[in-house]
Design a protein around this ligand. Sequence first.
Ligand code: AHG
Ligand code: MN
Ligand code: MN
Ligand code: MN
Length: 335
Amino acid sequence: VGQENINTNIVTLTRYLNEEQTKYSEATGDFTLLCHALQFSFKSIAYYIRRASLINLSGLAGSANSTGDDQKKLDVIGNDLFIAAMRSCGRVRILVSEEEEEAIEFPAGPNAKYAVACDPIDGSSNLDAGVSVGTIFGIYKLSDDAKGTKEDLLRPGTDLVAAGFTMYGASAQLVMTMKGGPVNGFTMDDNLGEFILTHPDMRMPKKRSIYSCNEGNSKYWDVATREWCDTIKNAEKPYSARYIGSMVADAYRTLLYGGIFAYPADSKTPKGKLRILYECGPMAMIFEQAGGQAVDSNMARMLTVVPESIHDRSGIFLGSYDEVQLVIDIHKKHG
Ligand code: AHG
Ligand code: MN
Ligand code: MN
Ligand code: MN
């Protein structure tokens, strides 16, 4: 390789966060420190996921969480690693995790101005099959009069100051965005132990004939959703079906290739399956800021939906702008 091909101006996540901070004169560095703790939690979760079957960390923990999911050992480990990282950074006041029934309140330190929602291991039912799983997070800034209780998180996704996910695939891929900013993708270099900026300013294709949903539920879908699915399967050029069953993996592919991911609410799960605070909301922010759209099963903009409780669920259609618009137009026809 010629000398000129070596990139010596490497933008690590650490450098990116520090440079971002200098753009805001009022920045105190608290958000940056929170993101460094987040970064470490992804590194440590990736470490255990990649070794799970070697150190007997596969399989079930023998417990269930408050949303009724059976917890895998890695759900519990990932949750513990994430909580430790958030507690130790001293910048988080309150944390909601899929694996914790109640919100976790940290001491109200003077710098603890953030609320974090997380899904420590998303797609955990796939873990033992070696399929990509991930961690999803959303960050809210507390209002000055916040009490540091779970009510501080029962807000619309439009209030999110940052959101993202890390997919533990062939390499660990972090995708994150800050309010009003670009969506950036970082790839973990295991040798350096650093996330490297590899996908700056990710922009979704406006359309793509790929659909991603669990059609095993289609007999429970409403008429409009069934019509949408039939329409794309009988299109001039029928859509391709791609469904991994890990939202993070399906979302990452949809973000890169375009298409649509759908987990509709249906007669079996009227509120939907995916959780608003740590699955639908953060993903909706990412997709909107990459040029896509995200709506719930009532065709409301996902980021305007306010969860009634910290584990509240919603239906979701998430993807390329035109692909979600097609769902909206068909639902409008049905009134
Ligand atoms: P989690 O593993 O965090 O509980 O999330 C699982 C979710 C999501 O990752 C995925 O899109 C969906 O469950 C798959 O559900 P089905 O198996 O019902 O298709
Ligand atoms: Mn679960
Ligand atoms: Mn999940
Ligand atoms: Mn999970």
